[in-house]
Design a protein around this ligand. Sequence first.
Ligand SMILES: Nc1ncnc2c1ncn2[C@@H]1O[C@H](COP(=O)(O)OP(=O)(O)OP(=O)(O)O)[C@@H](O)[C@H]1O
Ligand SMILES: [Mg+2]
Length: 255
Amino acid sequence: MSESGHTFAYAFKTEHLTRSFAGFKAVNDITLEIPSGGVRTIIGPNGAGKTTFFNLLSGLLPPSSGRVLFEDRDITGLDPYQRARLGIARSFQITNIFGKLSVYENVRLAVQSLYDGKANFLLPSGRMGDLHGKAVAILDDIGLSPAAEALAENLSHGDQRRLEIGLVLARDPAILMLDEPTAGMSPTETHATVELIQRISPGRTIMLVEHDIDVVMSISTTITVMQTGQILAVGTPEEIRDNEAVQRAYLGGLA
Ligand SMILES: Nc1ncnc2c1ncn2[C@@H]1O[C@H](COP(=O)(O)OP(=O)(O)OP(=O)(O)O)[C@@H](O)[C@H]1O
Ligand SMILES: [Mg+2]
């Protein structure tokens, strides 16, 4: 949904999107629509160009050529900060977390920073109550209420990564992009993260890069398979599992 309440059929659209590194096309002429809503997962072998594609969508990298559209707007020239203001949010690594602050304080700061860009002196004092309530709700969403008072640096790896997602959620983004959110997690942490993603997906588009094929199959609305900078296939988990080209290229072991 846009601010005007109009629903768009696609979240992102790319047109001939290409990114080269010293002549090597990490993303090679991708024309693709990513539908609005649901969990849209990108898979593919190491080096396929998944992270580069993400970087082009979030604005971390400019393309060598081609365009990126968000809803009905050409955002190719916008930087990540400008895209974030449109509702495109991306989880970064734990460097965003203040280790010496509590989990609650981290979330609270993230919520507060939303208002900081605006004329702060206009912020009614009553809104401070909202900030607390919003922070508490996010802690609940990410399952870290019991750890609210813990120093962020003392969290487990999995909990830190969930906190990262919480910091991004503070923006209430329309599109949330997560690059390998379960990387390095234990099975229990992975399970909790899958539940978290399912809990926060209604009303927004989640874009995921994920290697854990069980996670991919259980959580995805659609799967986009990348190979050598291009799109090999797009489909539902069932369609991708049954796709022979995908089997050959990547999912050989998938029963
Ligand atoms: N900044 C860069 N400079 C040079 N080459 C790069 C750069 N970023 C990516 N590449 C190259 O582009 C290709 C795609 O990389 P990318 O990180 O997008 O792949 P990926 O699909 O995310 O892989 P992985 O599954 O290992 O995370 C790789 O060959 C990589 O070495
Ligand atoms: Mg990657």
